[in-house]
Design a protein around this ligand. Structure first.
Ligand code: NAD
Length: 341
């Protein structure tokens, strides 16, 4: 029997619809060559929903997501005024306990990078830390934000990262600012050490966030699996995307026990909206990560191989890769390679 996966597709804001539609084309091409079906269910979410629904995550969309096996999410614009709805990504990570944000950082052929042959992964705790969104104004001009760090969430993300390290080079670096944030990062550090006891084969390095960001530029090959708290992971993974190539190539998975949400690392890049100019590869690779997580490893590999083949050929390059190709030309080039595989 042919297996069917229900996938929620949220196109998002800004460049979101362009990169998501490009990814759907690639997913449909790989589906035709595979022994599974994708039942794509489109939902509305993002900044553009606020005038109509009063929220960026309408309850109809939340219900739709709950009926699916995974979510492909385009980037969304996040309002910045106090009291505005929080980021949809952050809300979904919390509702579905998508505690592990996995951001692979790899060099690709013909893509300029700081060093050749890089391949490491940033694993970011996704449910707490400075993304608690719990802020208040104590007095005019005096504000606080709660940085919540728990043993439970830290142990969970550390265990996830150690398991990933076991499948890779058995090397893990945990990143914190324990010299200043002694109590919160003390909890995080203790949890990593507790998890480490179950993975004696993994070599472990310990770094402060400031040193780690510097090291990422100076000696990125020193990393394999990096595990860290929420905000540090967000910043390190954007930096890593640029070190290895372009934000336009960086994909991320948000993984929980029962659900997975897959999205590009980049945001909605509003200034490029509707210009058919940005690189869809980050979202296409997020689609591949989704198939991999659903258990469709061959189909996921077909997409990644197709992306590598297009980049290796070097004929179709978007502006971030110093080329002139459009978003749809890049998508079509990947589709052609998938069909030829
Ligand atoms: P951004 O990632 O949207 O854009 C920064 C720059 O990166 C762009 O100007 C562009 O030069 C480059 N870039 C991004 N995507 C690219 C692509 N696919 N191809 C080529 N170049 C690309 O970051 P920002 O400007 O800080 O944020 C814009 C909005 O997106 C904000 O509202 C922010 O909150 C939101 N955001 C959303 C998510 C998400 O939905 N998960 C993530 C990050 C930012």
């Amino acid at each position: 029997m042919v297996k069917t996966y229900k996938v929620a597709v949220l196109k998002g804001d800004g460049i979101g619809p362009e990169v998501t539609e490009a990814t759907v084309k690639v997913l449909e091409a790989v589906e035709q060559k595979a022994n599974f079906k994708l039942d794509l269910r489109y939902g509305e979410a993002g900044f553009h929903c606020i005038p109509r629904y009063g929220t960026n995550l309408p309850k109809e969309t939340l219900e739709l997501i709950k009926q699916t096996d995974a979510c492909l999410k385009g980037p969304m614009t996040t309002p910045e005024e106090p009291g505005a709805p929080p980021s949809v990504a952050v809300t979904l990570r919390k509702i579905f306990t998508l505690y592990a944000n996995v951001r692979p950082c790899k060099t690709y052929p013909n893509v300029e990078s700081l060093k050749p042959d890089l391949d490491f992964v940033v694993v970011r705790e996704n449910t707490e830390g400075l993304y608690s969104g719990d802020e208040s104004l104590l007095a005019p001009g005096v504000a606080v934000a709660l940085r919540i760090i728990t043993r439970e969430a830290s142990l969970r993300i550390a265990t996830f990262a150690f398991k990933l390290a076991m499948q890779r080079k058995k090397h893990l670096t945990y990143v914190h600012k324990g010299n200043i944030l002694r109590i919160t990062d003390g909890v995080f550090k203790d949890a990593v050490k507790e998890a480490q006891k179950n993975f004696p084969e993994v070599e472990v390095d310990d770094m402060h966030i400031d040193a780690a960001t510097m090291q990422l530029i100076k000696k990125p090959e020193a990393y394999d699996v990096i595990v860290t708290t929420n905000l540090f992971g967000d910043i390190l993974s954007d930096e890593a995307a640029q070190v290895t190539g372009s934000l336009g190539l960086a994909a991320g998975a948000n993984i929980g026990e029962k659900y997975g949400m897959f999205e590009p690392v980049h945001g909605s890049a509003p200034k490029y909206t509707g210009m058919n100019r940005v690189n869809p590869i980050a979202t296409i690779l997020a689609g591949a990560m989704m198939l991999d997580w659903l258990g469709e490893k061959d189909a996921a590999a077909k997409i990644e191989n197709a992306v590598v083949a297009v980049l290796k050929e070097g004929k179709v390059r978007t502006a971030d890769l110093n080329g002139t190709a459009t978003t749809s030309q890049m998508a079509d080039a990947v589709v052609t390679k998938v069909k030829a595989a």
